[in-house]
Design a protein around this ligand. Structure first.
Ligand SMILES: Cc1cc2nc3c(=O)[nH]c(=O)nc-3n(C[C@H](O)[C@H](O)[C@H](O)COP(=O)(O)OP(=O)(O)OC[C@H]3O[C@@H](n4cnc5c(N)ncnc54)[C@H](O)[C@@H]3O)c2cc1C
Length: 402
């Protein structure tokens, strides 16, 4: 182990897509970084998710602008990395289940077009022309031309490898057990099971574990695990050429009231809404569900069955296709659905966490914003909505400053 790696300019806690992106951008800005993860790279949510990079599931305004900024970075970064991250900008489709949803989708289409998004309303003929396997009664939907997808594990690996080329050090199997701020020397002592690090800056990119890391320095970070489960199909006929999301997904994600989808109480309870993603290898990932189930990462047969039923509702051909694998992951949820990309009241301690179901898509803008905050550069977008202190106390639990 290189001894200078024990005194880096920044320690990044977490080797998911967020920590990897922070490592990429900080090392590009000339900082020496050490990234530590208790497991391996992408061993948390970033290895148990889908790879959609979407604007179609964002709300008009800031949410949308942030997603657009990130999306524009993917072709640039994909071209820079040695690793093939399987970036494909094929667009996505938002499908309406009935005329009522199609009317709501038309309104959404106008709002998103006003944000500068390349979006178009598709009628019955057009959407079925694009997807012959779609159920006959689906009346239409929206096409978002700029949306894309990638392999999230390859993204995390590729970003980390790239940072390593610029001298970054990576400690895997290095659980952080304590962080002690030293006010006098303006440094932190980061204790891990593989040894200690001394650094002037810590970036907490520990996803659903970010509250544990925050507690080490007396910060309350309001991130909760929101579980999702995925069914993976065998390689099969092209069910859909690009990601397909049902319009009701937006309601499941944001918990919108007022409109009642025609789904069973069980599906409602599991937070089921179709997200179908074709992978680069010809399989399909079938999601989505959303549940607050603690840190549980095992799958449940009733949930998997409900996911399959929802996929069959939109694509009856799925009935004849085998599932080969399933997994569950934990989305880092915040109460207002925005991530935390922020400095904190502890000088030198930053947070990059809480991306819920958007962490893959927002990974690149997150790394770039953290780099801009850390190096005192103007940020690409205002970061006020992303600050940790937007959440009311109890953020201020006693500090452990020595
Ligand atoms: C089913 C599912 C589908 C999804 N689909 C999409 C999608 O299509 N598009 C999208 O944009 N997003 C999607 N997401 C969300 C996305 O996966 C997450 O937002 C993203 O992976 C979060 O990345 P992260 O780096 O913050 O966290 P993680 O990937 O969880 O990384 C945190 C890391 O911190 C490490 N760590 C924790 N504690 C410590 C410690 N004490 N010491 C050292 N290391 C520690 C962990 O080992 C872990 O590797 C999905 C999520 C799920 C669950």
């Amino acid at each position: 182990m290189n001894p200078s790696s024990h005194f880096p300019d920044a320690v990044i806690v977490g080797g998911g897509v967020i920590g990897a992106s922070v490592a990429h951008f900080l090392s590009k800005a000339g900082l020496s970084v050490t990234l530590v993860d208790k497991g391996g790279i992408a061993s948390g949510a970033s290895g148990r998710c889908e790879g959609n990079v979407l604007v179609n599931d964002k709300t008009p305004g800031y949410d949308c602008q942030l997603a657009q900024l990130s999306q524009k970075l993917f072709p640039l970064v994909a071209a820079e990395l040695d690793e093939d991250i399987e970036w494909r900008q094929t667009g996505s489709l938002l499908v309406a289940e009935n005329d009522e949803e199609l009317d709501a989708a038309a309104t959404f289409c106008h709002q998103m077009a006003a944000e500068g998004i390349a979006v178009r309303l598709l009628d019955h003929g057009e959407i079925h022309g694009d997807m012959p396997h779609l159920a006959d009664d689906i009346p239409g939907g929206l096409e978002f031309a700029s949306d894309g997808a990638l392999n999230p594990m390859a993204l995390a690996r590729g970003l980390v490898r790239d940072a390593k080329k610029r001298g970054a050090t990576v400690w895997t199997g290095a659980t952080v057990t304590a962080i002690q701020p030293d006010k006098r020397h303006k440094t932190f002592r980061v204790q891990t099971v593989r040894g200690d690090l001394t650094t002037p800056r810590v970036i907490n990119a520990a996803g659903v574990w970010s509250p544990e890391i925050g507690k080490f320095v007396g910060l309350e970070i309001p991130v909760r695990p929101r579980q999702g489960q995925i069914l993976v199909t065998e390689r099969t006929v092209e069910i859909a050429p690009r990601a397909v999301i049902e319009f009701g997904y937006l309601m499941a994600k944001f918990g919108k009231s007022g409109y009642q989808r025609k789904i069973s109480p069980e599906m409602e309870q599991f937070g089921i809404a179709l997200v179908l993603e074709p992978t680069g290898a010809g399989n399909f990932l079938v999601g989505s569900c959303r549940q607050f189930a603690g840190m549980k990462t095992t799958v449940d047969l009733p949930v998997l069955r409900a996911l399959a039923q929802r996929a069959i509702r939109f694509f009856p051909v799925v009935r004849h296709i085998h599932a080969i694998r399933s997994y569950a992951g934990l989305r880092p949820y915040t109460p207002d659905h925005f991530p935390i990309i922020s400095e904190t009241r502890i000088p030198g301690f930053y947070v990059a966490a809480g991306h819920e179901g958007d962490g893959i898509g927002l990974s690149l803008i997150t790394g770039r914003l953290i780099m801009q905050i850390v190096t005192n550069q103007p940020t690409d977008i205002t970061i006020e909505p992303l600050r940790l202190d937007r959440f009311p106390p109890p953020q201020a639990i006693p500090s452990v400053h020595s």
